[in-house]
Design a protein around this ligand. Structure first.
Ligand code: NAD
Length: 483
């Protein structure tokens, strides 16, 4: 498959380019080779994209929800039909194994388009009788939305933002991460083929400066970012200057609690899902694995054993289930965290090295005897590194689990039902799991508390973040006045 897109940007229903834009090389993480090139958006292209989104607003918002939904659902079907092609591109963009991308990326994007396409026709206001008079509400779009993506799920992130935004009658300019610029262009292409009017969904490439220029623009009503906490703080502050709504899907350092009574195999599977899927590049990962004393040794031994089943190799080979990190920079960052784990006294159980093969592969790594103050237990690594911490009782585990400035996710494995729900209620996190981990169906709200974010994606809750209520007071007369 040729990864090179037709052009760098997709604006007003077609591909666009500007030879003045700064070059961005697309590096295939499994080989380190350049597979495509795009250009960052110039000020002229940024202007074109925002003008197109602004011009498309009235017509798109003027359609019925059912008509908007029909287009989104048609796009969902096209994504499913083209799943293999889109998954191959996702693998080229990110390095994630095809075994994963075939089931987790375009399919998840299609779910969002289908779900919000289905909701679009039933968006409605309410009526309230107030004595003789009454009030009704209209659920209205916000206007032009800006979506900014991280590099770990480029197709999914574009769809998770576009689907609810477009269902509510907004238009969008989406900027993918400069590390993975390819997939969002396909989403724009498919939406256009499905009948989306020109300008409703636009994609522009670029680094943080392009994102910042989009966020600043006075035509923009809402900004939805998926990214790190430091970027989130900057984008939130810039949005605040224009009193714009935000959705912030940011980083985490989530806890996973394994109690003595848990099913050992299930708990190990959960820890694998929570640490090694996508080579650990998942925001909701449960990277602080707290294991109760009675099960700890068996758990660590079984986890190390099961990790021998990780097949590192060509991501296009469907037998491969463990891919590289997205970039050389990310690999260096992760190796740095591994060095700090060693230096600060954690016990390396398995892994710990860069793999001896081309590309940016780091072995699945487990540290035991990790304490709460160690760097690997406090900072988001975003790589295949699990930290095992021990605990004695529930109250201690919950207190330590919550002792973090982040609050994206948290999980618990136990056979004690009452404890499972008690612990889930006590977690300071937005997306929690009981005897499961990292499952994010479109029906469930997804998002963080504390530093991990603001707002929710997916589910009917996302509608609240992409629409506003207007209330209309209807006087039935006569009108009373003081004088
Ligand atoms: P990042 O913060 O470096 O970049 C995110 C995006 O923001 C990129 O598109 C980047 O170009 C853009 N950007 C950077 N500076 C900007 C600025 N000043 N104004 C506007 N845009 C700007 O994040 P990343 O390294 O691409 O992704 C990894 C991070 O994303 C991790 O912290 C991870 O936890 C987080 N993440 C969160 C979720 C979630 O849903 N909560 C999902 C995936 C990733």
């Amino acid at each position: 498959m040729d990864a090179q897109p037709t052009a760098s940007h997709h604006i007003a229903g077609g591909y666009a380019d500007d030879p003045e834009g700064a070059e961005i090389a697309c590096i295939y993480p499994a080989s380190g080779e350049e597979i495509a090139k795009v250009r960052g958006a110039t000020p002229a292209l940024i202007e074109q994209s925002l003008a197109a989104a602004d011009a498309a607003r009235a017509e798109w918002a003027g359609l019925s929800g059912t008509e908007r939904g029909r287009i989104l659902k048609r796009a969902a079907e096209a994504m499913r039909d083209r799943n293999r092609e889109l998954s191959t591109l996702e693998t080229l963009d990110t390095g994630k194994p095809l075994q994963e991308t075939l089931v987790a990326d375009a399919t998840s994007g299609a779910d969002a388009l289908e779900y919000f396409g289905g909701l679009a026709g039933s968006l409605a206001g309410t009526t309230h009788q107030v004595g003789r008079d009454w009030v009704y509400t209209r659920r209205e779009p916000l206007g032009v939305c800006v979506g900014i993506g991280a590099w770990n799920y480029p197709t999914q992130i574009a769809c998770w933002k576009a689907a609810p935004a477009l269902a509510c009658g907004n238009t969008m300019v989406f900027k993918p991460s400069e590390v993975t610029p390819l997939c969002a262009l396909k989403v724009a292409e498919i939406l256009t083929e499905a009948g989306l009017p020109a300008g409703v969904f636009n994609v522009v490439q670029g680094r943080g400066d392009v994102g910042a220029a989009l966020v600043r623009d006075p035509r923009v009503a809402k900004v939805s970012l998926t990214g790190s906490v430091p970027t989130g703080a900057k984008v939130y502050a810039a949005a605040a200057e224009g009193i714009k709504s935000v959705t912030m899907e940011l980083g985490g350092k989530s806890p996973l609690l394994i109690f003595d009574d848990a099913d050992l195999e299930d708990a190990v599977s959960g820890a694998i899902m929570a640490n090694f899927y996508a080579s650990g590049q998942v925001c909701s990962n449960g990277t602080r694995v707290f294991v109760q004393d009675g099960i700890r040794d068996a758990f660590v031994a079984r986890l190390a054993e099961r990790l021998k089943g990780a097949v590192m190799g060509d991501p296009m080979d469907e037998a491969t289930n463990f891919g590289p990190l997205v970039s050389a920079a990310q690999m260096e960052k992760v190796l740095g965290f591994i060095d700090s784990g060693r230096a600060e006294g954690a016990t390396l159980v398995t892994g710990g090295r860069r793999a001896e093969r081309p590309g940016f592969f780091v072995e699945p790594t487990v540290f035991a005897d990790v304490t709460d103050d160690m760097t690997i237990a406090r900072e988001e690594i975003f790589g295949p590194v699990a930290s095992i911490l021990s605990f004695a009782d529930e109250a201690e585990a919950v207190a330590r689990a919550n002792a973090t400035p982040y609050g994206l996710s948290a999980g618990v494995f136990t056979r004690d039902l009452a404890r499972a729900h008690r612990v889930a209620a006590a977690f300071e996190a937005g997306s929690c799991f009981i005897n499961a981990y990292n499952l994010t169906p479109v029906e469930a709200p997804f998002g963080g508390t504390k530093l991990s974010g603001v707002g929710r994606e997916n589910s009917a809750a996302a509608i609240e973040h992409y629409s506003q209520l207007k209330s209309v007071y209807v006087g039935m007369g006569p009108v009373e006045a003081a004088y």
